[in-house]
Design a protein around this ligand. Structure first.
Ligand code: EPU
Length: 420
């Protein structure tokens, strides 16, 4: 199994190019099922989750042309003949985002069979809101043998008040509603920038959507959607991860091809920790000297502080001056990195959904295990600031969501390499 081997203690200096966003690329790839025309998607990140989604779409009959197999920067997908509206357990268990195929499959073929995702490392993660929304639009849904089976001759527009703010739930319903008969109003919708990105793609395909980015989204169903070209937004979580790495390790890094306005809550915390920031339309430069200051944070839906950045800030807090209180309100089990950070001498106490991090001057390099995607990123940051060598095992989690992370970090001076 592949590992990352890091020699800590090197500040970061230089430029990093930010990739397209995983959580924007995945729903946009699913949207290709909504048309028989070709969708050309640019700025697609080369990630394991993207490869998994492409092979799922291929099994359903998608013709896929990538401009360069080793750098999936641009992908053209055409699903002129959808052959198999089934998403098997083997796929969903490796990538929960496969649930995003439910809405598009149902809207396109009137039927979808998709494995129920089940819990995962970070929490229970039910999909009841996806199901309730589709039922409100007229779908008949049964769950048998671990599979969701949905049937709807013609989805109908509906007013749906979501009980909980859900990102992929909002995306699934927005895609399904685009081809429904009549108008759908999604209330208590998620406001994440990835939802705006998907809405922009759907609108370019001929969908009639307004309000994406607010908590009420209105979708007027149309008879058919057509092909288009779409550029995936930059990855705000990859951007944030490298910013926090810079705060923890110190140095001067400039992140290119990213949008600072997507990261207001994160940038505020980075500055609070003591970093100097300069921003342009599509770049962020960070300068940091000395130990960071401990910062408190509480995760919540966008535009508040993202749960996908909690673990990385935890690592930074481990070496900060002072004590930080971190509350995780989105997922019930997203402190898996704590045990691993403790193996590196971190001083952390967990009480329910709250972690208290007592900053210490230095972490010790150690052998640690990646447990989920963002927990893995936090261990990379911890390794960058630790004394001596850190070896991170099970980095397949990292490869699901970070493109060439060790190359990008090496280019700015980190001593990090992949080994087995
Ligand atoms: N929830 C329900 N019922 C539902 C749907 C969600 O109770 O039907 C709960 C979840 O259990 C969770 C909360 O609602 O407690 C929010 O979950 P959400 O549905 O928003 O999460 P998601 O759509 O499954 C996306 C990202 C995650 C990110 C979360 C929160 C994608 C593909 N995934 O997941 O990304 O953490 O939103 O922002 O967009 C990651 O990239 O590492 C990652 C986990």
């Amino acid at each position: 199994m592949q590992k990352l081997i890091i020699q800590g203690g090197k500040p970061l200096h230089g430029e990093i190019n930010i990739s397209g966003a995983k959580n924007a690329a995945l729903p946009v790839l699913c949207a290709t099922l909504l048309t028989t025309d070709t969708l050309c998607i640019k700025n697609v990140p080369l990630l394991q989750d993207v490869t998994t989604m492409l092979s799922l779409l291929e099994q359903m009959g998608a013709e896929i042309i990538t401009n360069n197999r080793s750098e999936v920067a641009e992908v053209e997908l055409t699903v002129s003949n959808l052959v198999n509206p089934v998403v098997p357990y083997e796929m969903v268990k490796t990538m929960r985002a496969a649930i995003l195929l439910l809405g598009p499959l149902l809207a396109r073929t009137g039927e979808a069979t998709i494995s129920l995702p089940g819990g995962c490392a970070i929490g229970l993660r039910p999909v009841d809101q996806h199901i309730k929304g589709l039922q409100a639009m007229g779908a008949e849904i049964s769950i048998k043998h671990g599979y969701i089976h949905a049937v709807a001759k013609q989805l109908r527009g509906a007013r749906i008040v979501m009980d909980i703010v859900t990102v992929t739930g909002t995306e699934n319903l927005m895609m399904a509603a685009s081809l429904a008969k009549g108008t759908t109003i999604l209330e208590n919708a998620a406001r994440e920038p990835e939802i705006i990105d998907l809405a922009n793609c759907l609108i370019a395909m001929g969908a009639k959507i307004s309000g994406a980015g607010s908590d009420v989204i209105t979708i007027e169903g149309v008879k058919a959607l057509h092909g288009t070209q779409h550029t995936v937004m930059p990855d705000r979580i990859e951007t944030g991860t490298f910013l926090v790495a810079g705060v923890a390790a110190g140095g001067d890094v400039c992140l290119k091809n990213t949008f600072p306005h997507l990261l207001d809550a994160v940038l505020a915390k980075v500055q609070e920790a003591g970093a100097d920031l300069e921003t342009g339309d599509n770049w962020i430069r960070l300068k940091m000297n000395g130990r960071p200051k401990a910062i408190n944070l509480r995760t919540a839906p966008y535009p508040a502080f993202p749960t996908d950045m909690q673990a990385q800030f935890m690592s930074m807090n481990c070496v900060a001056t002072g004590t930080a209180v971190i509350s995780e309100t989105i997922f019930e089990n997203r402190f898996m990195h704590v045990q691993e950070l403790k193996r590196m001498s971190a001083n952390i106490e967990v009480e329910g959904h709250t972690a208290i991090v007592y900053g210490i001057p230095e972490l010790d390099g150690a052998n640690v295990m990646a447990t989920d995607l963002r927990a893995s990123a936090s261990l990379v940051i911890a390794g960058l600031v630790a004394q001596g060598e850190t070896i991170i095992d099970r980095i397949y989690h990292l490869d699901r969501g970070y493109e060439r992370i060790e190359e990008k970090l090496s280019e700015v001076g980190a001593q990090i390499r992949r080994g087995s």
